[in-house]
Design a protein around this ligand. Sequence first.
Ligand code: ADP
Ligand code: MG
Length: 677
Amino acid sequence: MPKDIRYLKGVGEKRAELFRKKGIKTVEDLLYYFPRSHEDRSETKEIADCVESETVCLSVTVFSPVRETRVRKNLLISSMVVSDQTGALNVVWYNNRYVKGQFMTGDEYILYGKITRNRGKLEMLNPVYEKKGKERFTGKIVPLYPLTEGLTQKILQSSMELAIKEAGRLEEYIPAEIRNKYHIAELNYAMKNIHFPEDFESYNIARERFVFEELLILQLALSGHKDENTSRESVKFEDILCVRDFVKTLPFPLTNAQKKVLNEILNDCKSGKMMNRLVQGDVGSGKTAVAAAAIYTAVKNGHQAAMMAPTEILALQHAQTLGEFFKDTGINVVMLTGSMRAKEKRLAYDMIATGAADVVVGTHAIIQDEVTFFELGLVVADEQHRFGVEQRARLAAKGNNPHMLIMSATPIPRTLALILYGDLDISVIDELPPGRKTVKTYAVGEKMRKRVFAFLEKNVNEGMQAYVVCPLIAETEKSDLQNAEALAEKLQAIFPNFRVGLMHGRMKAKLKDEVMNEFVNGSIQILVSTTVIEVGVNVPNANIMIIENAERFGLSQLHQLRGRVGRGKEQAFCILLAHGNNEITKKRMETMCISNDGFYISEQDLQIRGPGDFFGTRQHGLPEMKIANLFEDRDILALSQLAAKDIMEEDASLESDKYIRLRKRCEKITSEDIVMN
Ligand code: ADP
Ligand code: MG
């Protein structure tokens, strides 16, 4: 049994609750709470060698104990004088009620703190102190943990030290032969050195081990979720050249990239083997036209096709687009969504079952049990990161292994693609139709808000529409929700002549659709929204997007959002209102301003943000990385992929004793974590 964290010494019920908030329930969970960095306190200096602004370790004797001076009501200064053979030094704490009475003249202490200058004299500020001979977190390399409310560095450090002691010998997850083959350190060595390393080399060895472990488990967990039907037999499209008749009817010539991808798709469909293909293409690259061509070919070869969208609005738009594309082809498009009335649904079921419907466009409603197809040959899933593996499998089961075409507008770096889509063939539409104007993007601070609103007003007065996007983050959902609501109210007050609409994820689908429709038909001019507008709706008359707290979004997500504008003839603008001026934010916003290339942007995002980053991985549907950085650790990623392959070849279900512990870890990564696959 894993030991509950509250039985660890010094951790009572109250502290255990704080740990639990961080997802730490057992001693083992705690051990896997890795430091964010280390502080080198291993070298002790002498007072005479201290220089301003250095952070140092000193071995000292207390010369005169702490004296308190209350300078103002809310400023208490405690100071004492310490000495070593080379000199004396003043030590100062601000607003620390605990240090008085802690020190006696003649006591020997190790101090660790920053040297500052005050009125010309050096002093040490707010040091960590430990009695000489009883050092725990001085005189060595000390871990610094990501903090959380109520848990200080000191608590985390000492709990961790105890946890390592109490856990005793940990049982290894990765069999020795794998570790030897890939030069990976053993668990106990790694655990000690990730927290309390002898030196920085040992730390690096330890870190590599856990990066490898994390990525290996991820790969193994993902392979457990992968479709096994890649090599299954499927329907064969005998005549794929008929697609030319369709392409001729399009109001535009296909781009070379579209042609290339369409060829890849149709060759799969002709092969007799089931297609499992992901088409990646930046927003506006024309994925729908490619999908329509594939659907056309399926129908002309005597099959039905289904197209799935993540929302009703999107399904409706797809149905309209396909209806338009197919208007002179005799192809019959039917819609099926959850909000349709029972009678309409029954009619749709009938048409689908008898084959009167050639193409079904809809939401999840398509995979309900009531739906039976006459002869399903092709399934297109749009914006697939909203679909789970199970849903894909259920659709596949509705036909005789129909071909699967998955479309994604989230360009992802190669490293991620390899992890996520090991079982899929990937096509990339890497070219936009000619004549597209890029969206002009600006990153501005709060003080520009007035000008931004003036710009907004001018454009709306000229007949354009605008999106204003607010972030919504799970933990603080409530207050963020109020943000969107409050902002909508505020904008309505500022612009009494315009209609301001509001849309967020907590609204009922029907209401969302109503608001969206009002935006589409122009009766709402400014739409305040959370990221629910991220996927796919086309409103060519909207040419401005303002994004509030842009620093809170992942770059790929910003890019995705930005893709909602720039769909019409007018020049489009995206204004990022970013708060905070740290280097990372600056770099990220700059990336958005200089690039319109989704692949470049997502690579940059992975690179600029570190490991454990919420957005970088989460927005791609991967579980949050504890330690691995998918960009910087790509070498270890490659190794872990080889190792995962070794293991899968030997024992794909991880049943043998050797792998049972790895399997348990994989099972912890639930299918919910992996939304994308
Ligand atoms: P996305 O890849 O984002 O789904 P769409 O398929 O919605 O892109 O296409 C965006 C717009 O570009 C649509 O209005 C579509 O008709 C148009 N389009 C698609 N292909 C071409 C092309 N080859 N030339 C010109 N316009 C195109
Ligand atoms: Mg699309």
